[in-house]
Design a protein around this ligand. Structure first.
Ligand SMILES: [Zn+2]
Length: 532
């Protein structure tokens, strides 16, 4: 039997960005979009052009990828013409493949929040969708508060959905904006909606306020919806959005869904899910949830003699799906098999070939464990992992040595009598048998140190001229008085390639210095700089 196609729509970068404490930079957004695209999602909703400078820049140039890059915005304001609505015009100007418009479908909201008539709101929906279609882009209508609206006035909510579909919207998105609807209600309401709008034009977008985000999405699919919207790791305001990190493996690994539906996520891509989930956490500077279904560190961890021995005989005794399917690993407290296959997978990803039984793999695993115990995190900092692996497995040339450095931070009055804080760093290094002293100034100690370190590296200077630090994240790992600092640095070269390195120390300058050194050495190795 041919399987039906399900479309997957990610809104981590828009809805997820509304989470308290989340503030994506443009670089963060591009990195996450790359992960989402790599997973095989159909749509990546990346932001709200015109609403903030980051999103305006993001949509200011075309960014080709496999997924449809989608811009989000409001339907036109009631009582204004389209051409006289700057917000709407900014949206139309976005370099996007699809545009998702949010419109009101709950009569109570139309009246109270919008202060307009039901007819005028319906007209605004039609005109806005038509304008997007006319611009040659795919149109989606987010029916805000659809389920609450349907309960209050089913005819009006349906009229809005039908109007969007009939005007040419590719998807009519049924939103449970307040997140309070239960699975049986979602199933019943979607069953009614698909009598008016074909299911392959109906999308579900739910929030997780009763912890039913995943269940509600699946209920909508059973009732006929053929697109699911959600976020990576369930990121989203309040209690989060429907969690795609749980929905995707459920669709692919659970027989009832796997036999009936297919998505663009291949089994091979599914194996990158755990990695994508952890990268998002590292970009957000958060500790991953150990107990996250499918991708959490504890999702396949077995403790206790009977469980462990049963799992060793046949993993199906205590595992509902094989961890490898989502790129996670089994953790048994009696063996390091899980850790070893994890390391092998990482080595494979960065292209280092080594036999599995090579004793140096066991040594590398030991070192990684020791370092992770003191605060290193290698999931995103792959360049640091690669440097560590290369040092232990082969030989990384000692391109240069840093004998010492000194950083001064001075707060004083300048010639104009203004209070300023300046940083100055001095680095003493040995390159090509010569000792060089370099001085750098910067707006902070790390910046000054970076300036000094990269000022004169002799024959290696030309390899690092195009190196640029694009992002710098600091995380204080709790531990009371012996708290340590983890620094994650993102670097970029002239060809736009990006890599991450990590440093850990009780001292923030030391941690930064370690990450800087890894970044420079990584670039020298990758670009084939000659050994001294
Ligand atoms: Zn939402």
């Amino acid at each position: 039997m041919a399987r039906e196609q399900l479309s997957l729509y990610d809104t981590t970068l828009r809805d997820g960005a509304q989470t308290q404490g989340v503030d994506f930079s443009l670089e963060d957004k591009l990195l996450i979009a790359e992960q989402l695209d790599g997973l095989g999602l159909d749509y990546v909703e990346a932001g709200y052009p015109g609403a903030n400078p980051t999103d305006t820049r993001l949509f200011g140039e075309s960014r080709p990828m496999g997924a449809k890059l989608t811009a989000f915005g409001m339907t036109k304001r009631p009582g204004r013409s389209l051409s006289n609505d700057p917000g709407f015009q900014a949206l139309l100007a976005a370099k996007a493949d699809a545009i998702c418009l949010v419109g009101k479908t709950w009569d109570f909201h139309v009246d109270v929040a919008l202060g307009t008539t039901l007819e005028e709101n319906l007209e605004a929906i039609k005109e806005s969708v038509a304008a997007v279609v006319k611009s040659g882009r795919e149109a989606l209508l987010d029916c805000e508060h659809f389920f609450d609206g349907y309960k209050a006035n089913p005819d009006y909510a349906l009229a809005c959905a039908k109007a969007a579909y009939e005007t040419g919207a590719r998807w009519v998105v049924l939103c449970d904006t307040n997140g309070g609807t239960l699975p049986e209600e979602v199933e019943a309401i979607v069953t009614e909606v698909v009598k008016h709008v074909p299911g392959d034009h109906v999308s579900i977008h739910v929030h997780n306020d009763t912890d039913n985000g995943v269940a509600n999405s699946l209920a909508a699919v059973r009732a006929g919806a053929r697109q699911i919207q959600g976020t990576l790791n369930g990121l989203g305001e309040r209690c989060g959005n429907a969690n795609l990190t749980s929905i995707i493996p459920t669709l692919m690994l659970k027989t009832d869904y796997a036999e009936r539906y297919e998505t663009r996520v291949t089994p091979e891509k599914l194996r990158t899910l755990t990695h994508a989930s952890r990268i998002l956490d590292e970009v957000l500077n958060r500790a991953p949830s150990r107990h996250a279904p499918y991708v959490g560190e504890s999702a396949f961890a077995h403790k206790g003699g009977i469980h462990v021995s049963a799992v060793q005989k046949d993993p199906r005794t205590y595992e509902h799906v094989p961890p490898e399917a989502i790129g996670n690993v089994r953790r048994l407290l009696v063996s390091d098999q899980g850790g070893r296959s994890n390391i092998m997978a990482q080595l494979d990803r960065i292209g280092i070939a080594v036999p599995k039984d090579d004793p140096r793999v066991a040594r590398l695993l030991e070192v990684v464990k020791e370092r992770e115990a003191v605060g290193y995190a290698y999931e995103a900092a792959e360049a640091s992992f690669e440097m560590l692996a290369r040092r232990l497995l082969g030989n990384v040339p000692q391109f240069f040595d840093v004998d010492s450095f000194r950083v001064l931070v001075e707060r004083r009055h300048n010639a104009l009598g203004e209070l300023v804080t300046v940083s100055e760093a001095t680095v003493k290094a040995r390159v090509d048998g010569n000792t060089v002293m370099s001085v750098g100034e910067g707006n902070g100690p790390v910046n000054a140190l970076d300036m000094a370190l990269r000022k004169d590296l002799g024959q290696y200077q030309r390899y690092i001229d195009d190196l640029e630090l694009v992002d710098y994240k600091v995380r204080i790992l709790t531990g009371g008085t012996d708290a340590v600092t983890r620094v994650l640095i993102e670097s970029r070269d002239g060809e736009g390639r990006r890599w991450f390195t990590v440093g850990v120390s009780p001292n923030i300058v030391d941690a930064s210095f370690e990450a800087l050194l890894d970044s420079i050495n990584y670039k020298l190795i990758r670009d084939g700089a000659p050994a001294p």
